[in-house]
Design a protein around this ligand. Structure first.
Ligand SMILES: [Zn+2]
Ligand SMILES: [Zn+2]
Ligand SMILES: [Zn+2]
Ligand SMILES: [Zn+2]
Ligand SMILES: [Zn+2]
Ligand SMILES: [Zn+2]
Ligand SMILES: [Zn+2]
Ligand SMILES: [Zn+2]
Length: 693
């Protein structure tokens, strides 16, 4: 329950708190009542006519009165502490304030504190210090009018141990008039300002009153773009760079320029490599050899040098490559007629050396071919030691111009006795080559001198050449078929150099492959026929005697029949029989001159067996007659084929039945024929044919 007490103005009230009791003790204070003062006016001195005026000062004054509410007892909790509240309410003068403060119970310490005492009657524990943290000392008139309450004041005695403890501290309460105390503030910087954050100054008076003041942020102190205090960069700083070459570029390596600002900031810039400055095949600056002095390098074949960027201007190279005569020895000569080169070497046994030789060198920029012919005269041989010889060898040359012996290719090589001839193509790969030709006569050879002759044709360069740098490059051919080959006709293929446009054509052989549709080739019209030979007879006979003018010499073929040919079914539209008959003169070695009326007669027949009559009926007859012109003399030769004569070929679509072929043949000679063998030939063949679909 709350108790109100009157407290006289200007007097302090000391209240005791006894710990362990829970009741609250309110404090009450009020001012004494004002004593009235009056003024008395004497009426004798005032006439009737006169008016007398007096001031009456009306005043009002009310004494301050206030209540302070504090706890009567404070019970510490399990944490050995407890908060307490102080509330001041009432009505006081504006220049007054209510002072509420705990009284320090232990003078020798700095804090506000007091002793807690053990309540044991015997062997009580030592006293324990309890601290008071009091947060508000003064209540001004507004706070008092608003019953301001300060809650979080604290009593704590952390050293308390088991037992019943009790302590007392006093609270001083008084009403102060400001004139009675002049604050004497001491200034302390409670928070240092930084470049960007404000700090705080706290002014504290002995009386416990204090207030704070903001210390403005210091602001950065930029020097060369950076704050000397916090090292923050100055965003408004404008760099001013100085350029230094920190690495000099060379022909092939880049250099470096460094730009530096007074603030320490810097960046680098690459200085491009200068590139070589080739003069006469060497760099003026670093003396490196010009890799392009002999030829450019173009790995990807785009016509641009990978090293120096030179762009080739290719055109067809129409050059003719020259053979260069070299090391002539003995009687060796060399002439050039147009694009043909002819070399002759002669020697005989009267010559001191008996030998002649010459080398021909050539350098080709790419693979080429050259045709040649080589002839040597009769090479004599006297005995095993002495013989004539002639040879032509082809070598590759190394860079120094010496022959590489392993590359020797024999173009011609002969030793007596005998003669020789050789012709063909010499294939030359890119590079230098030498053709060494020599002729030698053996010691005891015939005195007849011989002459070896070699003819080389011109070699077209077969490459393209850059009109700017003179470099040559092999053609890169693209192949285009300009005309397709058919079964019977040849086609044409064109090779075009994609670099310079040079081109040549090549024949494509006829394929021989027909495109049969319903048995007929759509390209050449040839029929696709399956052929089966069912009969064949041929003979060549001869006469060596002459029976005189007008005599006919019959051969043994008269009345020859083929075996029966059975046709089981009527032939379909695409089936037929072919009968070929031929008579003639073959040309055979030993024949002489033909006479006035030499000739051959022959015939063949197709016959069918007639079931009704039991006889053979002739269906068709081939009659042939060949007379050779007078006084023709046949060449002698090895030919055995039929040479002169005539023949007939016919097709028959046969009905079912039995057939046969009949042949007869005769030859006659005139009396004027010279005596020699004379040959006559005949041939009859029959085929069954079917057109393939
Ligand atoms: Zn003060
Ligand atoms: Zn700063
Ligand atoms: Zn800078
Ligand atoms: Zn250089
Ligand atoms: Zn180049
Ligand atoms: Zn070029
Ligand atoms: Zn080309
Ligand atoms: Zn065809």
């Amino acid at each position: 329950m709350n108790i109100k007490k009157r407290i006289p103005k200007f007097l302090s009230l000391l209240l005791c708190f006894s710990m362990t009791f829970g009741n609250m003790i309110p404090a009450y204070a009020t001012e004494n009542t004002n004593s009235d003062s009056t003024t008395v006016i004497d009426g004798e001195n005032i006439s009737t006519e006169e008016r007398n005026l007096e001031d009456i000062t009306v005043t009002y004054k009310q004494a301050s009165s206030f209540f302070v509410t504090i706890p009567k007892t404070i019970v510490l909790d399990g944490w050995k502490q407890s908060t307490y509240a102080v509330k001041v309410s009432g009505d006081i003068d504006a220049d007054q304030c209510v002072y509420v403060a705990p009284v320090d119970g232990i003078a020798k310490t700095e804090n506000i504190d007091f002793y807690m005492k053990d309540q044991a009657t015997e062997n009580a524990k030592d006293d324990v210090v309890a601290n008071v943290t009091h947060n508000k000392f003064h209540w001004n008139s507004a706070e008092v009018a608003g019953s301001y309450r300060q809650d979080d004041n604290l009593v704590s005695a952390p050293d308390l141990t088991a037992g019943a403890w009790r302590g007392i501290f006093q609270m001083e309460i008084k009403l102060e008039t400001h004139v009675t105390h002049k604050h004497n503030y001491v200034e302390t910087i409670t928070k240092q300002p930084t470049c960007t954050e404000a700090g705080e100054k706290t002014y504290t008076c002995d009386c416990g009153d204090s207030y704070t003041e903001v210390i403005p942020a210091k602001g950065h102190h930029f020097e060369n773009g950076e704050c000397t205090d916090c090292h923050e960069k100055d965003s408004s700083h404008e760099h001013s760079y100085t350029e230094t070459i920190t690495k000099k570029p060379t022909c092939t390596e880049t250099g470096e320029k460094t730009y530096t600002c007074g603030c320490g900031d810097s960046y680098t810039e690459e200085i491009p490599a200068m590139g070589h400055n080739f003069v006469d095949g060497e760099c003026e600056r670093c003396h490196e050899k010009d890799p392009c002095s002999e030829s450019h390098t173009d790995e990807n074949g785009d016509g641009i040098c990978d090293i120096c960027g030179h762009e080739h201007q290719w055109v067809e190279n129409e050059d003719v490559l020259e053979w260069v005569r070299y090391n002539p020895y003995g009687r060796a000569g060399w002439t050039k007629n147009g694009n043909t080169y002819e070399a002759t070497f002669s020697a005989d046994k009267t010559d001191a050396t008996k030998s002649a030789s010459i080398d021909f060198d050539i350098e080709v920029p790419n693979d080429v071919e050259c045709t040649y012919s080589f002839t040597c005269p009769y090479l004599y041989k006297t005995d095993f030691m002495y013989y004539d010889s002639a040879s032509a060898y082809l070598y590759d040359l190394d860079d120094s111009g010496s022959t590489i012996s392993e590359t020797r290719t024999t173009i011609f090589s002969a030793k007596g006795p005998g003669s020789g001839y050789s012709s063909g193509k010499i294939s030359l790969s890119k590079g230098k080559h030498r053709l060494s030709v020599s002729y030698h006569k053996g010691n005891k050879s015939s005195a007849v001198s011989g002459t070896v002759r070699i003819t080389l044709n011109s070699i077209e360069a077969l490459n393209h050449v850059c009109t700017e740098c003179g470099e040559k490059g092999a053609h890169k051919y693209t192949e285009i078929i300009t005309k397709d080959a058919t079964c019977v006709e040849s086609g044409e293929r064109k090779y075009i150099c994609e670099t310079c446009g040079y081109s040549y054509t090549e024949e494509i052989a006829a394929t021989g492959e027909h495109n049969y549709v319903n048995g007929i080739c759509t390209m050449c019209g040839e029929a696709n026929i399956a052929t089966t030979e069912i009969y064949s007879i041929s003979s060549t006979t001869s006469r060596t005697t002459d029976s005189g003018h007008g005599h006919y010499d019959q051969t043994s073929l008269s009345g020859t029949y083929s075996p029966d040919i059975e046709i089981a079914e009527d032939m379909a539209e695409d089936e037929y029989l072919v009968l070929n008959s031929y008579i003639g003169y073959p040309v055979i070695s030993g024949q002489g001159q033909y006479g006035e009326s030499d000739g051959i007669n022959g015939s063949s027949q197709l016959q069918k067996y007639d079931e009704e009559t039991g006889t053979w009926k002739t269906i068709d007859t081939h009659s042939m007659s060949y007379n050779i012109a007078k006084n023709i003399t046949e060449q002698t030769g090895g030919y055995t084929d039929l040479h002169r004569g005539c023949g007939i070929s016919r097709k028959y679509q046969l009905e079912k039945g039995t057939y046969r072929i009949y042949g007869s043949f005769s030859a006659h000679r005139s009396c004027a024929s010279s005596v020699a063998h004379y040959y006559y030939s005949y041939r009859i063949t029959a085929y069954l044919c079917q057109i393939k679909k």
